[in-house]
Design a binder for this molecule. Structure first.
Ligand SMILES: O=C[C@H](O)COP(=O)(O)O
Length: 259
Protein backbone atom coordinates (compact mmCIF):
# COMPACT_ATOMS: atom_id res chain seq x y z
CA UNK A 1 0.00 0.00 0.00
CA UNK A 2 1.30 3.50 -0.78
CA UNK A 3 2.07 5.83 2.07
CA UNK A 4 0.56 9.22 1.41
CA UNK A 5 0.72 11.34 4.51
CA UNK A 6 1.97 14.71 5.70
CA UNK A 7 1.27 14.42 9.40
CA UNK A 8 1.25 11.60 11.95
CA UNK A 9 -0.44 11.63 15.35
CA UNK A 10 0.94 9.34 18.03
CA UNK A 11 -0.52 8.98 21.50
CA UNK A 12 -0.19 6.63 24.41
CA UNK A 13 -2.08 5.88 27.58
CA UNK A 14 -0.12 4.63 30.56
CA UNK A 15 -3.37 3.14 31.94
CA UNK A 16 -2.63 2.15 35.59
CA UNK A 17 0.67 0.41 34.89
CA UNK A 18 3.22 2.79 36.41
CA UNK A 19 3.99 4.17 39.87
CA UNK A 20 4.09 7.96 40.20
CA UNK A 21 7.90 7.94 40.22
CA UNK A 22 8.10 5.72 37.13
CA UNK A 23 5.56 7.91 35.29
CA UNK A 24 7.64 11.02 35.87
CA UNK A 25 10.91 9.28 34.95
CA UNK A 26 9.29 7.92 31.77
CA UNK A 27 7.92 11.39 30.92
CA UNK A 28 11.39 12.91 31.28
CA UNK A 29 12.89 10.27 28.98
CA UNK A 30 10.10 10.86 26.48
CA UNK A 31 10.52 14.65 26.63
CA UNK A 32 14.18 14.16 25.66
CA UNK A 33 13.21 11.86 22.77
CA UNK A 34 10.66 14.39 21.51
CA UNK A 35 13.16 17.24 21.76
CA UNK A 36 15.62 15.30 19.60
CA UNK A 37 13.15 14.41 16.84
CA UNK A 38 13.11 16.90 13.93
CA UNK A 39 9.70 15.71 12.69
CA UNK A 40 8.26 16.42 16.14
CA UNK A 41 9.93 19.84 16.27
CA UNK A 42 8.43 20.86 12.92
CA UNK A 43 5.00 19.55 13.86
CA UNK A 44 4.80 16.74 11.32
CA UNK A 45 4.68 14.17 14.13
CA UNK A 46 2.39 15.06 17.00
CA UNK A 47 2.57 13.16 20.29
CA UNK A 48 0.33 13.10 23.35
CA UNK A 49 0.44 11.04 26.51
CA UNK A 50 -2.32 10.11 28.96
CA UNK A 51 -0.92 9.39 32.43
CA UNK A 52 -3.03 8.73 35.54
CA UNK A 53 -4.84 11.68 37.16
CA UNK A 54 -2.32 12.40 39.96
CA UNK A 55 0.54 12.70 37.46
CA UNK A 56 -1.24 15.16 35.14
CA UNK A 57 0.10 18.49 36.46
CA UNK A 58 3.72 17.28 36.50
CA UNK A 59 3.32 15.59 33.11
CA UNK A 60 1.99 18.84 31.64
CA UNK A 61 5.08 20.63 32.98
CA UNK A 62 7.61 17.97 31.91
CA UNK A 63 6.21 17.38 28.42
CA UNK A 64 5.38 20.99 27.47
CA UNK A 65 4.74 22.06 24.72
CA UNK A 66 3.46 18.58 23.85
CA UNK A 67 -0.13 17.91 24.83
CA UNK A 68 -1.13 15.80 27.79
CA UNK A 69 -4.39 13.83 27.93
CA UNK A 70 -6.52 12.54 30.80
CA UNK A 71 -7.65 8.92 30.71
CA UNK A 72 -11.22 9.73 31.72
CA UNK A 73 -13.51 12.56 32.86
CA UNK A 74 -16.78 13.02 34.72
CA UNK A 75 -19.90 13.14 32.58
CA UNK A 76 -21.29 15.93 34.76
CA UNK A 77 -19.91 19.46 34.72
CA UNK A 78 -19.76 19.99 38.48
CA UNK A 79 -21.41 18.95 41.74
CA UNK A 80 -21.69 16.14 44.27
CA UNK A 81 -19.92 13.35 42.35
CA UNK A 82 -17.41 11.90 44.80
CA UNK A 83 -14.31 10.51 43.14
CA UNK A 84 -14.97 12.10 39.77
CA UNK A 85 -12.82 14.73 38.01
CA UNK A 86 -14.47 17.47 35.97
CA UNK A 87 -13.54 18.57 32.45
CA UNK A 88 -13.27 22.13 33.77
CA UNK A 89 -10.61 21.16 36.30
CA UNK A 90 -8.67 19.19 33.67
CA UNK A 91 -8.67 22.18 31.32
CA UNK A 92 -7.63 24.43 34.22
CA UNK A 93 -4.45 22.41 34.86
CA UNK A 94 -3.46 22.39 31.19
CA UNK A 95 -4.85 19.07 29.95
CA UNK A 96 -5.67 19.36 26.23
CA UNK A 97 -7.16 16.00 25.32
CA UNK A 98 -9.35 13.48 27.14
CA UNK A 99 -9.62 9.79 26.40
CA UNK A 100 -13.24 8.70 26.43
CA UNK A 101 -14.92 5.31 26.12
CA UNK A 102 -11.87 3.07 26.25
CA UNK A 103 -12.72 -0.63 25.90
CA UNK A 104 -11.70 -1.21 29.52
CA UNK A 105 -14.08 1.46 30.75
CA UNK A 106 -16.91 0.10 28.59
CA UNK A 107 -16.29 -3.50 29.72
CA UNK A 108 -15.03 -3.25 33.32
CA UNK A 109 -16.95 -0.16 34.42
CA UNK A 110 -20.05 -0.69 32.30
CA UNK A 111 -19.73 2.74 30.70
CA UNK A 112 -22.71 3.35 28.43
CA UNK A 113 -23.07 5.19 25.12
CA UNK A 114 -25.08 7.88 26.96
CA UNK A 115 -22.27 8.46 29.50
CA UNK A 116 -19.69 8.50 26.73
CA UNK A 117 -21.74 11.07 24.79
CA UNK A 118 -22.06 13.24 27.91
CA UNK A 119 -18.29 13.04 28.48
CA UNK A 120 -17.61 14.07 24.88
CA UNK A 121 -19.95 17.03 25.32
CA UNK A 122 -18.25 18.33 28.49
CA UNK A 123 -14.79 17.89 26.97
CA UNK A 124 -15.74 19.74 23.78
CA UNK A 125 -17.45 22.36 25.94
CA UNK A 126 -14.12 23.05 27.65
CA UNK A 127 -12.31 23.41 24.33
CA UNK A 128 -10.42 20.14 24.76
CA UNK A 129 -10.13 17.35 22.19
CA UNK A 130 -11.85 14.03 22.83
CA UNK A 131 -9.83 10.91 22.09
CA UNK A 132 -12.84 8.71 21.52
CA UNK A 133 -12.07 5.00 21.71
CA UNK A 134 -14.23 2.70 19.61
CA UNK A 135 -14.07 -0.84 18.38
CA UNK A 136 -15.82 -4.14 18.11
CA UNK A 137 -15.72 -6.54 21.08
CA UNK A 138 -14.96 -9.61 19.00
CA UNK A 139 -13.12 -10.30 15.76
CA UNK A 140 -15.44 -10.62 12.80
CA UNK A 141 -15.43 -9.13 9.35
CA UNK A 142 -14.30 -5.57 8.52
CA UNK A 143 -17.68 -4.42 7.29
CA UNK A 144 -19.38 -5.39 10.56
CA UNK A 145 -16.51 -3.84 12.52
CA UNK A 146 -16.88 -0.60 10.53
CA UNK A 147 -20.60 -0.54 11.37
CA UNK A 148 -19.72 -0.78 15.06
CA UNK A 149 -17.16 2.02 14.73
CA UNK A 150 -19.57 4.34 12.90
CA UNK A 151 -22.40 3.60 15.35
CA UNK A 152 -20.18 4.22 18.38
CA UNK A 153 -18.83 7.48 16.95
CA UNK A 154 -22.33 8.68 16.11
CA UNK A 155 -23.63 7.70 19.55
CA UNK A 156 -20.80 9.66 21.17
CA UNK A 157 -20.64 12.74 18.98
CA UNK A 158 -23.75 13.37 16.96
CA UNK A 159 -25.49 15.35 19.70
CA UNK A 160 -22.41 17.27 20.84
CA UNK A 161 -20.91 18.05 17.46
CA UNK A 162 -23.17 19.42 14.73
CA UNK A 163 -22.18 18.16 11.28
CA UNK A 164 -21.08 21.58 10.17
CA UNK A 165 -18.62 22.08 13.04
CA UNK A 166 -15.08 21.37 11.85
CA UNK A 167 -13.84 20.69 15.39
CA UNK A 168 -10.95 18.34 15.80
CA UNK A 169 -11.89 14.92 17.08
CA UNK A 170 -9.52 12.01 17.53
CA UNK A 171 -11.06 8.57 17.11
CA UNK A 172 -8.93 5.66 18.27
CA UNK A 173 -10.06 2.49 16.56
CA UNK A 174 -9.17 -0.27 18.99
CA UNK A 175 -10.63 -3.71 18.30
CA UNK A 176 -11.20 -4.94 21.86
CA UNK A 177 -9.73 -8.32 21.01
CA UNK A 178 -6.45 -6.74 19.90
CA UNK A 179 -5.89 -4.83 23.16
CA UNK A 180 -3.36 -6.47 25.49
CA UNK A 181 -2.62 -9.09 22.84
CA UNK A 182 0.69 -10.40 21.56
CA UNK A 183 0.37 -8.48 18.30
CA UNK A 184 -1.90 -5.95 16.58
CA UNK A 185 -4.99 -6.91 14.59
CA UNK A 186 -4.02 -8.04 11.06
CA UNK A 187 -3.11 -5.04 8.91
CA UNK A 188 -5.52 -5.98 6.11
CA UNK A 189 -8.40 -6.17 8.60
CA UNK A 190 -7.58 -2.74 10.09
CA UNK A 191 -7.08 -1.18 6.66
CA UNK A 192 -10.43 -2.38 5.40
CA UNK A 193 -12.32 -1.49 8.58
CA UNK A 194 -10.77 1.97 8.75
CA UNK A 195 -11.29 2.57 5.04
CA UNK A 196 -15.03 1.89 5.25
CA UNK A 197 -15.48 3.75 8.55
CA UNK A 198 -13.43 6.78 7.51
CA UNK A 199 -15.38 7.29 4.30
CA UNK A 200 -18.67 7.26 6.20
CA UNK A 201 -17.45 9.40 9.10
CA UNK A 202 -15.51 12.11 7.27
CA UNK A 203 -18.66 13.55 5.72
CA UNK A 204 -20.10 14.21 9.17
CA UNK A 205 -16.91 14.87 11.14
CA UNK A 206 -14.52 16.75 8.83
CA UNK A 207 -12.05 17.29 11.68
CA UNK A 208 -11.64 13.55 12.22
CA UNK A 209 -8.23 12.07 13.02
CA UNK A 210 -8.30 8.27 12.95
CA UNK A 211 -5.78 6.29 14.99
CA UNK A 212 -5.26 2.57 15.38
CA UNK A 213 -4.68 1.08 18.85
CA UNK A 214 -4.31 -2.44 20.17
CA UNK A 215 -0.84 -3.94 20.72
CA UNK A 216 0.66 -1.37 18.36
CA UNK A 217 4.40 -0.76 18.35
CA UNK A 218 7.37 -0.43 16.03
CA UNK A 219 6.34 -1.66 12.57
CA UNK A 220 2.58 -1.11 12.99
CA UNK A 221 2.43 2.25 11.24
CA UNK A 222 4.37 0.96 8.23
CA UNK A 223 2.12 -2.10 8.04
CA UNK A 224 -1.05 0.03 8.09
CA UNK A 225 0.05 2.51 5.40
CA UNK A 226 -2.31 5.43 4.91
CA UNK A 227 -5.33 3.65 6.41
CA UNK A 228 -4.82 5.58 9.66
CA UNK A 229 -3.48 8.98 10.71
CA UNK A 230 -1.41 7.50 13.49
CA UNK A 231 -1.34 5.16 16.46
CA UNK A 232 -2.70 4.96 19.98
CA UNK A 233 0.03 3.05 21.74
CA UNK A 234 0.08 1.04 24.96
CA UNK A 235 2.45 -1.46 26.56
CA UNK A 236 4.86 -1.56 23.68
CA UNK A 237 6.12 1.97 24.38
CA UNK A 238 6.63 1.47 28.11
CA UNK A 239 10.25 1.18 27.05
CA UNK A 240 10.92 4.71 25.72
CA UNK A 241 13.34 3.26 23.15
CA UNK A 242 10.34 1.70 21.41
CA UNK A 243 8.62 5.08 21.31
CA UNK A 244 11.77 6.53 19.76
CA UNK A 245 11.64 3.74 17.16
CA UNK A 246 7.98 4.52 16.34
CA UNK A 247 8.77 8.24 15.99
CA UNK A 248 11.71 7.40 13.71
CA UNK A 249 9.44 5.17 11.65
CA UNK A 250 6.79 7.91 11.37
CA UNK A 251 9.48 10.41 10.36
CA UNK A 252 10.81 8.06 7.67
CA UNK A 253 7.31 7.55 6.26
CA UNK A 254 6.79 11.32 6.16
CA UNK A 255 10.17 11.80 4.49
CA UNK A 256 9.17 9.27 1.81
CA UNK A 257 6.16 11.44 1.07
CA UNK A 258 7.77 14.87 1.20
CA UNK A 259 11.03 14.19 -0.65
O1 LIG B 1 -4.78 2.56 25.39
C1 LIG B 1 -4.13 1.84 24.67
C2 LIG B 1 -4.68 0.66 24.06
O2 LIG B 1 -5.70 0.09 24.81
C3 LIG B 1 -3.67 -0.32 23.58
O3 LIG B 1 -3.02 -0.96 24.65
P1 LIG B 1 -1.97 -2.11 24.29
O4 LIG B 1 -1.10 -1.57 23.21
O5 LIG B 1 -1.22 -2.32 25.57
O6 LIG B 1 -2.75 -3.30 23.83
Amino acid sequence: MSTVRSHVVLGTSLKMYFSHARTLAWAKDVAAILAAAPAVADGRVEFFVAPSFPALPEAVRILAPHPVAAQDVAAAETGAFTGEVSAGELAEIGVRLVEIGHAERRRLFRETDAEIAAKCAVVLGQGMTPVLCVGEPEAGDPSTAADVVVDQVDAALSAALPATTPRRVIVAYEPHWAIGAAEPAPAAYVQETCGIARERLLQRYPGLTLLYGGSAGPGTLTALGDAVDGLFLGRFVHDPRNLAAVIDEASALLDCFTH
